[in-house]
Design a binder for this molecule. Structure first.
Ligand SMILES: Cc1cc2nc3c(=O)[nH]c(=O)nc-3n(C[C@H](O)[C@H](O)[C@H](O)COP(=O)(O)O)c2cc1C
Length: 301
């Protein structure tokens, strides 16, 4: 039997394929289409201290091989996420990872405390691609000192595994990964979306009401593979890679670049089976190639 389980701090993922935050809700709709038990885990839709309605529409636009979104963290807030969404995921016996976003470091800390008190929550993913109101709206994830501070304070507020989700909108991703590791993160995940804009040339205005959005999907994959490779060389903690994964070959690229686990995002929208299929394909691949673990795929380059 091939065992593809992956350890993230004290959490053991049954297999390395997670679904990415914001692309799967908490699995309610998807549970009618696929067997959630076959996932490595669900990273829930990003939550905030208070419920949010998100940005005005339009907030999604298709791009070549990708999409640009500015949902604006529409969600029910941390308390309902923990009392309603997490128990739903746990019905399927798979890990529930809570993705959190704050406007201040104190908001992250308060959410981490509440998650710590929730026995069903398995880990925290800290989304640092959010505007920091104490730094003029600059994202937490663009300054290694700020990223280290938010990671360390979340770390101190919980005994659960902490995953820092890196923003790719930086000049040196390795430095950001190191800052998260030094602050006590159990893993880093990357990449979040790239800031972009689409303009309607008839109206001469941005298509998204928010003007800018986050680019995801196959269009970003080569940059995501590159950044995963850079981050994996910089840290000893596990790296969870994502960005445009839609099949086995894409997934293998991330493992060869140094990832220990993966997240599938945008592809869930056009192929709800992609993540469970990928988990099965990886197992088959490992068996066929005599691999005890997918980390053995890691390249020396
Ligand atoms: C519609 C949408 C909503 C997203 N919401 C979140 C979120 O709430 N928190 C977060 O950390 N990332 C969020 N993301 C980013 C994804 O989790 C992922 O990092 C990114 O889309 C890259 O992976 P992909 O190319 O496979 O989609 C969202 C992405 C999309 C497309």
């Amino acid at each position: 039997m091939v065992d593809l389980s992956v350890r993230i701090g004290s959490l053991v993922l049954p297999n390395p394929v997670l679904v990415a935050s914001g692309t799967f809700g908490c699995g309610e709709e998807m549970s009618e289409l696929i067997d959630l038990r076959r996932l490595g885990g669900i990273v829930l839709k990003g939550t905030t201290l208070d419920p949010r309605e998100g940005n005005p529409t339009p907030r999604i636009v298709e791009t070549p091989s990708g999409m640009l979104n500015a949902i604006g963290l529409q969600n029910v807030g941390i308390d309902r996420t923990l009392s309603e969404k997490v128990p739903f995921v746990k019905r399927f016996g798979i890990p529930a990872i809570i993705n959190i976003s704050g406007r201040t470091v104190d908001e992250y800390v308060e959410m981490a405390r509440r998650i710590d008190a929730c026995s069903d929550a398995d880990a925290i993913e800290v989304n640092v691609s959010c505007p920091n109101i104490n730094k003029g709206g600059l994202a937490f994830g663009t300054d290694p000192a700020v990223l280290g501070d938010v990671t360390a304070r979340v770390r101190a507020a919980t005994a659960k595994p902490v995953i820092t989700k890196l923003s790719p909108n930086v000049t040196d991703i390795a430095r950001m990964a190191r800052a998260a590791e030094e602050a006590g993160a159990d893993a880093v995940s990357l990449v979040n979306t790239f800031v972009g804009m689409v303009i309607n040339t008839r109206t001469r205005l941005p298509v998204l009401a928010n003007r800018t959005g986050g680019l995801s999907g196959p269009a970003i994959r080569p940059i995501a593979v590159f950044m995963t490779w850079q981050a994996a060389k910089a840290v000893k903690i596990p790296v969870i890679g994502m960005g445009g994964i839609q099949g086995l070959d894409d997934a293998l690229q991330f493992f060869i670049a140094g990832a220990s686990a993966l997240q599938v995002g945008t592809a869930n929208f056009y192929n709800p089976h992609v993540s469970v299929d990928l988990a099965a394909q990886l197992k088959h691949y490992a068996k066929e190639h005599g691999l005890a673990t997918l980390s053995d795929l890691r390249g020396d380059f």
